[in-house]
Design a protein around this ligand. Structure first.
Ligand code: GDP
Length: 454
């Protein structure tokens, strides 16, 4: 077996509670890609880091493994968190094909751990759990970059027992949340069991195992999703809209299908009319050895999925994070514009005659919030992207039903004039960056209101 050229790189997202080590894990993975010299010392984050198959095999120290793998490597989304997972969508659902849920082995489950698991279950995304910070276990003797078992076997019996105790607490918590799991090397059937890998994002212990298990999962469960048409029109998702000196407004994106070329006509999702423009430059970050201040990026004439890139083009102001970028030809332009428009409208549209008002920071997070509220049968009058404005407050304050005089804001701010206006109204405002907390707070409030009116 060898790498199959019809398969694109699987896209991986790292999720978990704040401070449990998402950024450190991504840094470690990025760093190891750099050390192996494969991906170069990438200094700019533009959305995603590719770890080629050769460098994964290299880390595992067994060249024979190369024959086992048919995917070209792994592409990690650089922005961590479940927010990135839900915001970044592709035609089929979430942009990420696979996920890693990270939990601090010394702290155990926290609200965002649970929220991550819920989201992955809902999307049916294969994932693994890593129990991080094993180096903090008292007496741990760190083995930099070693596979987990090699390191485990070097620890004293006492230290191994401490790790086992904490590790089984994680397994127990997963069980309490409806997931059967075991240590990754003991899992025979990854379809029904979640593999859990003890790691240290700090020392790199267990990270070779993590990369190998992700490759295995991708090959076992995703092969049909990963077939792509390299000759087809490029399709991607916007990660970030950024001003870049000398380039104007640019977008960072992950291309997940087809090819994108300099000069292509593209259609980009926006809250208003979809943007139609022509790609002026396709840019990859320069490696450290080549960097000069004038020119942080390297222009290429084309790129093929899956890859993280930056593009520069006229009229990108108003491009929507989490929205689509699609290459169109003169023949397909009208259809592509319609499709991109309806992707935005499907989420934004008013669906109930009466209900609460919701705001979120991106189209993907709005969709995630709508889905969760629908599950709870909470009616939604209006769902929109953006900070909470004076106009929102005025509109909602005119609603007569007190239980609907509510704004739920996910990952947004309230603008200063809206804050002032709020004081003089009866509008009830809920804001949070954890969906479940928002819903729980809203439900508690409803209960209180009902109890008061009885
Ligand atoms: P995030 O909020 O999930 O992105 O977490 P960070 O990666 O920012 O990590 C939070 C803190 O934990 C930082 O101070 C890290 O240095 C530390 N940290 C992360 N991973 C490890 C680890 O494996 N071992 C130790 N000792 N500290 C870690």
């Amino acid at each position: 077996m060898a790498v199959n050229e019809n398969l694109r790189t699987p896209i991986v997202c790292v999720m978990g509670h704040v401070d449990h080590g998402k950024t450190s894990l991504l840094d470690n993975i990025r760093g190891s890609a750099v050390v192996s010299g494969e991906a170069g010392a990438i200094t700019q984050h533009i959305g995603a880091t590719e770890v080629p198959i050769e460098s994964i095999v290299d880390k595992c120290g067994d060249p024979g493994l190369l024959n086992k793998f048919i995917v070209p490597g792994l592409l990690f989304i650089d922005t961590p968190g479940h927010h990135a997972f839900t915001t970044l969508r592709s035609r089929g659902g979430a942009l990420a094909d696979l996920a890693v849920v990270i939990v601090d082995i010394n702290e155990g489950f926290k609200p965002q751990t649970i929220e991550s698991l819920h989201i992955l279950k809902q999307h049916k995304t294969p994932f693994i759990v890593v129990a991080n910070k094993i180096d903090k276990i008292h007496g741990w003797n760190p083995q930099k970059g070693a596979p987990f078992l090699a390191s485990y076997n070097k620890q004293s019996e006492h230290v191994r027992a401490s790790l086992d105790t904490k590790f089984y607490e994680v397994i127990g918590e997963l069980y309490n949340h409806g997931f059967s799991s075991d240590r990754y090397d003991r899992v025979a059937d990854f379809q029904h069991n979640i593999g859990v890998i003890p790691i240290s994002a700090m020392t790199g212990e267990g990270i070779p195992d993590l990369l190998m298990v992700l490759l295995g999962l991708a090959q076992r469960f995703l092969e049909s999703n990963l077939h792509y048409d390299a000759e087809g029109p490029g399709v991607g998702t916007v990660l970030e809209v950024k001003e870049e000196r000398g380039l104007g407004t640019t977008i960072d994106l992950i291309l997940y299908d087809g090819t994108l070329r300099k000069g292509d006509t593209i259609v980009v999702g926006s809250l208003g009319e979809p943007i139609q423009t022509k790609v002026r430059a396709v840019l990859k970050p320069r490696v450290l050895s080549e960097i000069n201040v004038e020119d942080k990026f390297k222009q290429v004439s084309k790129v093929t999925a899956a890859i993280g890139i930056k593009i520069s083009a006229p009229n990108l102001d108003g491009a929507l994070s989490g929205g689509s970028v699609r290459v169109a030809t003169p023949e397909t332009l009208d259809t592509v514009v319609e499709e991109v428009r309806s992707e935005v409208e499907d989420v934004q549209i008013d669906t109930d005659q009466s209900g609460i008002t919701i705001k979120a920071d991106t189209i993907g997070s709005l969709e995630a919030l709508v889905n969760e509220l629908r599950k709870e049968e909470i009616p939604i009058r209006k769902a929109d992207v953006g900070d909470i404005s004076n106009r929102d407050i005025v509109e909602v304050s005119a609603i007569e039903e007190p239980l609907h005089s509510v704004i739920v804001g996910f990952n947004v701010n309230i603008l200063p004039d809206a804050k002032e206006k709020l004081q003089s109204t009866d509008v009830k405002l809920f804001m949070n960056d954890v969906i479940y907390r928002l819903i729980d707070d809203y439900k508690d409030w409803i209960k209180e209101q009902r109890a008061m009116s009885e």
